[in-house]
Design a protein around this ligand. Structure first.
Ligand code: ADP
Ligand code: MG
Length: 310
């Protein structure tokens, strides 16, 4: 018997016999995009299932195209947000002020004029856009996936999980550290090619969010009309950028800022970064030139570094 126990102990100590870490991977179509959730740890399966349920729930509440949703009811004036929902709306308004209105959570009617929510694309007239700009119905499309990342992180804290990487349709949310101590490597898509432009390294809990003119667009009369709108004109933002990536510990902030920086362009976007201390950014110009703020930890491509003192 003793020999048997010793043999078992010896087997347990062999490297190949160590307990394999539980992992769970789940894909879902949510918020009009494909999401991919990867979770490691004892509770990985349960956590991944509950993350998917949370994401679906947030989609059902905040889908501005669904009149039955909370946001649909808010836009019709037939519902009141609960305290948690009110906090989100308050934070979104604050981000709009912080960006001088470049991030504007009230563009649903303008976006609908272009057919972006439904896919029935068309070029609206100036008069139509002027009318739609007077409306102030909520559209959290530019911030919801980022907020969802924050809510996922909150959920993960309640489980026995070691780490997770959540691809929420181009919004990447990380949580925890890799066992070998190396940072997460997040690829940034080349806005005008098939592959990657480069990679950013991040540690711990971080959101890496990209807004680009290639994510949703249509072409008419040889011109590209994309879905990130300039709140001053109602037309697709034409600031000389094809993509902006924001790296920030807070997902909601990262998402709102990626849209805002896209609207603001390189110069005004750089000024916003210089007067802030909570995010880093990578700007890709329509010319293909790349600029990255000094803390962005970008590799794999040539770029110019943007410094605080500039
Ligand atoms: P994606 O949702 O493709 O990741 P964004 O985060 O930039 O990209 O959000 C774009 C969406 O946000 C649009 O589809 C529209 O619903 C809405 N939107 C467009 N322009 C703005 C803007 N200037 N401010 C806030 N929301 C916007
Ligand atoms: Mg955004």
């Amino acid at each position: 018997m003793k020999r048997f126990v010793c043999l078992l102990l010896a087997l347990a100590l062999l490297p190949g016999c160590q307990r394999r870490e539980d992992t769970a991977r789940q894909s879902l179509f949510c918020m009009d995009t494909v999401m991919d959730l990867q979770v490691w740890g004892a509770d990985a399966q349960a956590a991944a299932g509950d993350l998917a349920a949370l994401l679906n729930d947030l989609q059902d509440q905040w889908n501005a195209c669904d009149e039955e949703s909370l946001i649909g009811a808010l836009n019709q004036g037939t519902a009141q947000p609960d305290p948690q929902q009110q906090r989100l709306l308050g934070r979104v308004e604050e981000l709009s002020r912080r960006t001088g209105g470049a991030f504007d959570p009230h563009l649903h009617s303008v976006s609908a004029c272009w057919g972006f929510p439904t896919g029935d694309y068309r070029v609206p007239t100036r008069e139509e856009l002027a009318e739609a700009l007077k409306e102030d119905d909520w559209d959290l499309g530019a911030a919801l996936k980022g907020y969802a990342g924050d809510r996922c992180v909150e959920l993960l804290k309640g489980y026995d999980v070691d780490r997770a990487i959540l691809d929420l349709g181009g919004n990447i949310q990380t949580w925890g550290e890799k066992p070998d101590g190396t940072p997460w490597q997040i690829g940034i898509r080349d806005p005008r090619g098939e592959g990657l432009l480069g990679t950013v390294s991040v540690r711990g809990t971080m959101a890496v969010v990209t807004s680009g003119d290639y994510q949703r667009y249509f072409e008419a009369d040889g011109k590209r009309y994309h879905h990130i709108l300039d709140p001053k004109t109602g037309y697709p933002a034409d600031s000389g950028l094809s993509a902006v990536t924001v790296i920030c510990a807070d997902g909601l902030t990262a998402d709102a800022l990626s849209t805002a920086l896209f609207v603001l362009g390189l110069e005004a976007g750089t000024r916003l970064w210089q007067e802030s201390g909570d995010f880093e950014a990578v700007f890709v110009l329509t010319t293909g030139e790349v600029f990255a703020t000094e803390g962005a930890a970008l590799s794999g491509c040539d770029y110019e570094v943007i410094c605080r003192e500039d």
